[in-house]
Ligand binder design. Sequence first.
Ligand code: SAM
Ligand code: ZN
Length: 319
Amino acid sequence: MRKSLLNLIYCPICKAQQFDLSITQENPAEIREATVTCRNCQRAYSVHDGILDILINPSQEILNEQTGWTQLEQMVVNTDELMLSLPDGIGEHKAAWQSQAENFHYLWSQVQLTGGETVLDLGAGRCWATRYFARQKCNAVGLDVLLTRYVGLKTADVYLEKESVYFDRICGDMHQIPLRKNAFDIVFMAATLHHSADIQATLQQVYDVLKPNGRLIMVNEPVVGMFASKALSCPEVEHGINEHVYRYMEYRQALRVLKMDYQLYPFIGGYHPVITKANHLLVKTFPKQLMPKRVWRPFLIAQLLAYGGILNLIARKRA
Ligand SMILES: C[S@@+](CC[C@H](N)C(=O)[O-])C[C@H]1O[C@@H](n2cnc3c(N)ncnc32)[C@H](O)[C@@H]1O
Ligand SMILES: [Zn+2]
């Protein structure tokens, strides 16, 4: 954590914005061990391994999420090299990451950054995307409930040490984001919103932290088709992780309530195998033509509505 992070947070207990900082260990890049105390209610928050832990009274849902991801982490061989390769992956991990990587790279090519933007990577997990913003000299913060190295925020040390980038990390809840209103130019979410049981409440939190004209960038968000069941069975669910699937209209409605205008972007991957295959084939055969010009918009909406797929979008908070 760097001291400047104190200008972005508020105390989730009493909402005060003034803190005392007591540092016990720091290195040239950041404060590694410290206590941050709210000047108003005296609640103390720890900084451990550079991560500010501001998660208060985690719900059973959050505890399940933490346990589930930690169990899943132990089921594969994780290495620093794999983390440094993300989102593309290496070796046997490449196939699992392929769609996510292609969706990310395409959307990333559409996000024009000037550098210096204040960015929140919400549900940052390993922070591979947070470091993309940091490389562009953004003031980036990764927030997640998960600390475990190789799935959670502690992975950030790999990027900080080996790529010489810097970004802050906060252990916190997307349902109660402990960050100040109108403070962020960009909120980025990769495959995270569907981990919320209440997307409207979570998007309201996102809206609040965005500056007027600020952008919400969402990538790799699964969408279920109108005829498909919302029941899920996957290793994540078996390990108690909060996987939900929402229909396109549910995302649309949530953004409408907030009066956020948005642009959809084409995707690779999805749930209907035939559509997924055709989609992969088309976009990979004609990447220059299809991805940049965007798949014909009504077709994209029809596809998301009927068969589901992946939601990639950029929404804007009105000025
Ligand atoms: C599918 S992972 C995506 C991680 C990362 N964005 C990526 O693309 O690799 C979903 C992430 O959401 C996080 N998450 C789940 N519930 C959360 C909550 N209530 N607040 C913050 N993060 C949460 C999980 O810990 C996990 O890191
Ligand atoms: Zn307080």
